[in-house]
Design a protein around this ligand. Structure first.
Ligand SMILES: [Zn+2]
Length: 272
């Protein structure tokens, strides 16, 4: 039997500019052929722009999961990262590896015809780098792995547990999201005919969302729709308002915030 990844390794997401290295145990196969490979794999190389699985790391090497995978953009970086981790035979210590460089993002913002400097000036928002390593902080409402920095993830679990002891159920809706994911939202909306200025009224520009940093999350409670202003009338929100600060969490976008972002009672950020 091939060795399964040790828990400490399995609970980390290794991030590179274009490709994420996922613990295989957390991904569901999309075909029977993939299922056989993934069952034997320690990690899966996953393309950030569209979530496709590129290749699996199995005991004897790499097995492609997508035609043409070996010509993928950013593959070399991803393989370097994999090699570095395999050499040390353990997962990197959480939150010690900093963030990824931003040069790729700047190029991609140009393709959107988005003037990054002008946007930053207008909103007062800063570019947010992606952590090089993320830790599993549990699962969200939709049973998807919830990735955050290790510090924010621990604080979130403590917050959630404390609420539960008082009968308040808090659910994660969404934690870490990559630049590529946010770019994908823009590309899809533009393909449907929306202008960038229009999209910016609802979505932060790629690179400027606090979700990129792995220390922010959207919080919900069972029976309530996600990311709706009505969340402010829930018991969950009242509890957060009273207690989240004790765990290092603060609401980023209160009413009339200086960034011109709509009121988001569901969006909370951890600061150490
Ligand atoms: Zn949010």
């Amino acid at each position: 039997m091939p060795a399964r990844p040790r828990p400490s390794v399995a609970a980390t997401l290794l991030n590179t500019d274009q490709i994420e290295l996922w613990p295989a145990a957390l991904l569901r196969a999309r075909s029977n052929g993939d299922a056989r490979v993934i069952a034997r794999a320690s990690r899966i190389l996953r393309r950030k722009s569209d979530g496709r699985y590129l290749a699996a790391v199995v005991p004897e090497g790499l097995v492609g999961l997508l035609p043409g995978w070996s010509r993928s953009e950013g593959l070399e970086q991803a393989l370097d990262r994999l090699e570095a981790v395999e050499q040390t035979r353990r997962a990197p210590a959480p939150d010690t590896e900093g963030t990824l460089p931003l040069y790729g993002l700047r190029q991609r913002l140009e393709t959107l015809e988005l003037d990054a400097d002008d946007y930053a000036r207008r909103t007062g928002l800063a570019l947010v780098g992606e952590p090089a390593t993320l830790a599993l902080a549990g699962f969200d409402r939709y049973r998807r792995p919830l990735w955050m920095t290790a510090a924010a993830g621990q604080a979130w679990r403590a917050l959630q547990a404390a609420a539960a002891t008082e009968g308040v159920r808090l659910e994660a809706i969404s934690g870490y999201r990559s630049h590529a994911y946010q770019l994908g939202i823009f590309e899809r909306k533009r393909a449907r005919g929306q202008r960038v200025a229009q999209i910016l009224t609802v979505n932060a520009a790629p690179g400027y969302s606090e979700h990129h940093g792995g220390d922010a999350l959207d919080i919900g409670t069972p029976g309530q729709p996600p990311a709706e202003e009505s969340f402010e009338h829930t018991e969950a929100f009242a509890w957060l308002t009273a207690h989240a600060g004790r765990f290092g969490f603060h609401m980023s976008y209160p009413r009339d915030n200086p960034h011109g972002i709509v009121y988001e009672p569901w969006h909370w950020r951890h600061q150490r």
